[in-house]
Design a protein around this ligand. Structure first.
Ligand code: GLV
Ligand code: GLV
Length: 326
């Protein structure tokens, strides 16, 4: 059987897959257009993909031999899951292995935003230190401030735990469903309405999955509810926040600052955000530690190997298609 590894990955991962399959790689690490992805997937039984490859009904119909698509990411809004299931194609993601690493980054980005680390670093690099003043780069405290989490999945809980246990932060959250009381107690979190969350937040951290339902969950109306001293951090997906509305709120100082690891239409970044001083911008790297990226790649490989050899994939998204019939 043949498989495509759509982006450049660790040699050890290619070797593992090559022990089971005839492997096509992408050593130039180009991001394939849809047409190129379809061309590369001809004759392939499986695909190892990342968030940069979109698997939809058109791709699946053009690649009738494809039986499994294994995403090296926890978020899977790049995969049309219903279209996969309807065609008997197994899809998988990489939950759990990145939870703590992503929570570390979310917390770090929130802190960098509150304490104006990017803005002050740029000042230093520009050689302007001699302009130092006592009221310069005064941000807002993280310890003791209200941590507001939108989306309380595994990563949200891991961020809440950091704030609660490490920084003495009152934690509030909003989520589609409320956590069990013992889980709320473990991370010291109090459930509130979305409106209350926005009104009470000192530091809002967004950790929702992206879907049609969460598209522009934070727009002008929601930003208008926030405190002028508040910060907003997004480590979930671009498109959950309306970037144009956010840039306007930041420009008018209706909120203090934002930390963004994800953007609408990335790798493009809204030019208004790029022009602002009160933002910390990173290129979708929240899970990027050596250990975690390797664990994610190995878990995606485990799923691919299991799916195509008739074993049980460890983290399927649509186990109802098993055993594979396509
Ligand atoms: C990264 O964004 C992921 O979903 O794993
Ligand atoms: C992702 O793993 C989440 O549940 O937040």
């Amino acid at each position: 059987m043949k498989v495509l590894i759509a982006r450049r990955v660790f040699d050890s991962v290619v070797e593992r897959l090559a022990a089971h399959f005839e492997v096509e790689t992408n050593p130039e690490d180009t991001v394939f257009s849809k047409a190129e992805l379809i061309a590369r997937l001809q004759g392939k039984a499986g695909a190892f993909i990342t968030g940069s490859e979109r698997i939809d009904a058109e791709v699946l119909d053009a690649c009738p031999g494809l039986k499994a698509v294994c995403n090296m990411a926890v978020g899977y809004n790049n995969i049309d899951l219903a279209a996969c299931t309807a065609r008997g194609v197994l899809a998988s993601n990489t939950p759990d292995v990145l939870t703590e690493t992503t929570a570390d980054f979310g917390f770090a980005l929130m802190m960098a935003t509150a304490r104006r680390m990017a803005e002050s670093e740029h000042f230093l690099r520009r050689g302007e230190w001699s302009k130092w003043a006592v009221d310069m780069f005064t941000g807002s405290d993280v310890h003791g401030a209200t941590l507001a989490i939108l989306g309380m999945g595994r990563i949200g809980r891991a961020i809440a735990r950091r704030g609660h246990l490490g920084f003495g932060m009152p934690v509030i959250y909003h989520n589609r469903s409320r956590l069990a009381p013992e889980l709320e107690a473990e991370v010291g979190a109090r459930y509130v309405s979305k409106e209350q969350l926005l009104k009470e937040a000192d530091h809002l951290v967004i950790v929702l999955p992206y879907s049609a339902e969460s598209h522009h969950s934070i727009g002008a109306a929601e930003l208008a509810l926030m405190k002028p001293q508040a910060t907003l951090t997004n480590v979930a997906r671009g498109g959950i926040v309306d970037d144009a509305a956010l840039a306007q709120a930041l420009r008018e100082r209706r909120i203090a600052a934002a930390g963004l690891d994800v953007f609408e239409g990335e790798p493009r970044v809204h030019p208004d955000l790029l022009a602002l001083p009160n933002v910390v911008l990173t290129p979708h790297i929240a899970s990027a530690t050596v250990k975690t990226r390797l664990a994610m790649a190995n878990l995606a490989s485990d799923n691919l190997i299991a799916a195509l050899t008739g074993a049980a994939p460890p983290t399927p998204l649509n186990s109802e298609v098993l055993p594979l019939k396509r």
